[in-house]
Design a protein around this ligand. Structure first.
Ligand SMILES: [Zn+2]
Ligand SMILES: [Zn+2]
Length: 358
């Protein structure tokens, strides 16, 4: 019998339950989970901060495992058939319809109203759809990728990797740019690595605590600043000192704090770009001066919500071919029974990346 770690309802502790093994539909599979993860979104899911989430919920949207049983046929994006026993990961976003106005006219698949996400908007009633589980039901139409990277190395990036890849693309970083990353959690750390791959000359990072700033330096940040010991004016001065008084060419906000969005605007040079990726769940409002903070600066502020198959696919390729930055990231593993502890450690910032090993 599969075991799952489930959030019964918002603000309730995680419980481990036994569930029945699913019947496989045609062209579906049962995945034996090797590694899943705990990310900031899971903390917010436990706190009930995302609308439209069906509880009880088994979290864990990005996972790696082996195909234990396949019914019918599954193919990868190049038309190669998957076999039982192969190690895969899969895009957590399912059912993007490619038929609605958002998919076809706006070409914005992340806004498709049909889309469902494993571990977020698929609840336990939809089947074994989260990674905090011994098994995941791979529904028909799920986009699977054969994993060439080591599972731990791939999961060191985890869900933060496609998210930050999307953010770095949205930032349109140019060779020689100075990029500022606000936040030193997994998305921030991955954004540093990818901004450098994309040609940034230097990446600055403001975050906390000190252990995460060390991780930012390790990832290649040119300089870091602790947000807990520097107020907004001191942060602005620091950014200006590093950018000939102008501000960053591109700023990526990856914090989860609404006021950081306004600071991102203030820390960016005139006619620069700000990407907001840290507000995936609702943390409330903030205010800014439209004249001073936005219009007079001729700023380009871009939202970046979720990711698509192209981001996930390229993330898997990058970790397989250029794995070095991810092999150095620190990981801590927890069993299903330790899920509450893992959530608390992620929430308090005590660990950079928490993995779940069912
Ligand atoms: Zn659609
Ligand atoms: Zn996540």
């Amino acid at each position: 019998m599969p075991l799952v770690a489930v959030i019964p309802e918002p603000n309730a502790p995680v419980e481990v339950r036994e569930v029945v093994e699913p019947d496989l539909e045609q062209n579906s599979a049962l995945l034996e989970v090797e590694v899943s993860e705990v990310c900031g979104t899971d903390v917010y899911l436990q706190q009930g901060r995302l609308a439209g989430v069906p509880y009880p919920l088994v979290p864990g949207h990005v996972s790696v495992g082996r195909l234990q049983k396949i019914r019918g046929e599954l193919f990868d994006v190049e038309g190669k058939r998957f076999n039982e026993g192969e190690r895969i990961t899969f895009l957590d976003v399912h059912r993007t319809c490619n038929a609605c106005w958002y998919c076809l006219v706006a070409k914005a698949g992340t806004r498709c109203p049909q889309r469902k996400v494993y571990g977020i908007t698929y609840g336990l009633d939809d089947g074994l759809c989260g990674g905090w589980s011994t098994h995941i039901y791979i529904k028909p139409g799920t986009r699977c990728i054969r994993l060439e990277a080591e599972p731990e190395t791939f999961m060191a990036g985890g869900c933060a990797l496609p998210t930050s890849l999307h953010a770095v693309e949205r930032g349109d970083i140019k060779i020689g740019d100075t990029v500022l990353v606000l936040g030193s959690g997994p998305v921030g750390i991955n954004a540093i690595v990818l901004a450098l791959m994309r040609g940034a000359l230097r990446v600055l990072c403001i975050g906390a605590p000190e252990t995460r700033l060390d991780a930012a330096s390790e990832a290649g940040a040119f300089a870091t600043l602790n947000i807990e010991t520097h107020d907004e004016a001191q942060r602005l001065d620091w950014v200006r000192e590093h950018t000939s008084g102008r501000g960053a060419d591109v700023t990526i906000e990856a914090t989860g704090a609404p006021e950081a969005v306004v600071q991102a605007m203030r820390f960016t040079r005139d006619a620069g770009v700000v990407v907001v990726v840290g507000q995936y769940t609702d943390h409330g409002s903030t205010s800014f001066n439209p004249h001073l903070d936005l219009n007079k600066k001729h700023l380009d502020v871009r939202g970046c919500w979720g990711s698509e198959f192209s981001h996930f696919y390229r993330a898997a390729q990058i970790v397989a071919q250029r794995s070095e930055p991810w092999t150095r990231m620190s990981l801590i593993s927890y069993g299903l029974e330790q899920a509450n502890e893992a959530l608390a450690d992620v929430s308090e910032g005590r660990v950079l990346k928490a993995l779940i090993r069912p």
